[in-house]
Every structure is written in structure tokens, then in C-alpha cells.
Design a protein. Structure first.
Length: 92
């Protein structure tokens, strides 16, 4: 939910549940409580998930792990000449 359904303000945030019923409803549905700072509306809406600015998305893209180096022709390369696994011997 990005805007208030009453006044259409973007000044909206998630609100805490006040009762066990609200906490229970929050657990079994995909809806969450929201409150508007401008008109004080409080109600249920679908949570769109976290929002991120362009700068945050760029930082997250830089934080991704790089691809592993190619070790095909090095001493760390795997020798594919392994024995086949005998499943009947696994229980012993």
C-alpha cells in the first residue's frame, strides 16, 4: 500500500496490531495494518513489500558475489575419473 485510501496521501506507514484479533488476522491473511499521518486513517491493506531507492538498488547490485574464477586448467580442477557409486555398499 503506497497511498492512503481516504486522502490519497503518500505519507502512510505500517501500524502495529492492537489486539489479539488484529494479530491473528495479520497472520492468516496477506493484509497488514496501515496508518496515514495526514488524515489519521487506520486500516487494512496489502503490503507491497519494501521499497528501495535507485541508489539502494545500485548498491545491492554491487554487493552481489562475483562469478567464481575459472579453475579448469589449474591444480584445483576436479578430476572427473571417479568410481561409480555402489548404492548397496552405502548401508555398511
Amino acid at each position: 500500500m503506497t497511498v492512503c485510501p481516504k486522502c490519497e496521501s503518500a505519507n502512510i506507514h505500517r501500524s502495529r496490531s492492537r489486539s489479539r484479533w488484529e494479530a491473528w488476522r495479520k497472520e492468516i491473511t496477506g493484509k497488514r495494518l496501515f496508518r496515514c499521518h495526514d488524515c489519521s486513517w487506520r486500516g487494512w491493506g496489502i503490503d507491497d513489500g519494501p521499497t528501495a531507492a535507485d541508489v539502494e538498488r545500485e548498491a545491492a547490485a554491487r554487493a552481489d558475489a562475483p562469478d567464481p574464477p575459472n579453475i579448469k586448467d589449474t591444480a584445483l580442477a576436479r578430476n572427473d575419473q571417479r568410481e561409480p557409486i555402489d548404492i548397496t555398499r552405502l548401508d555398511y
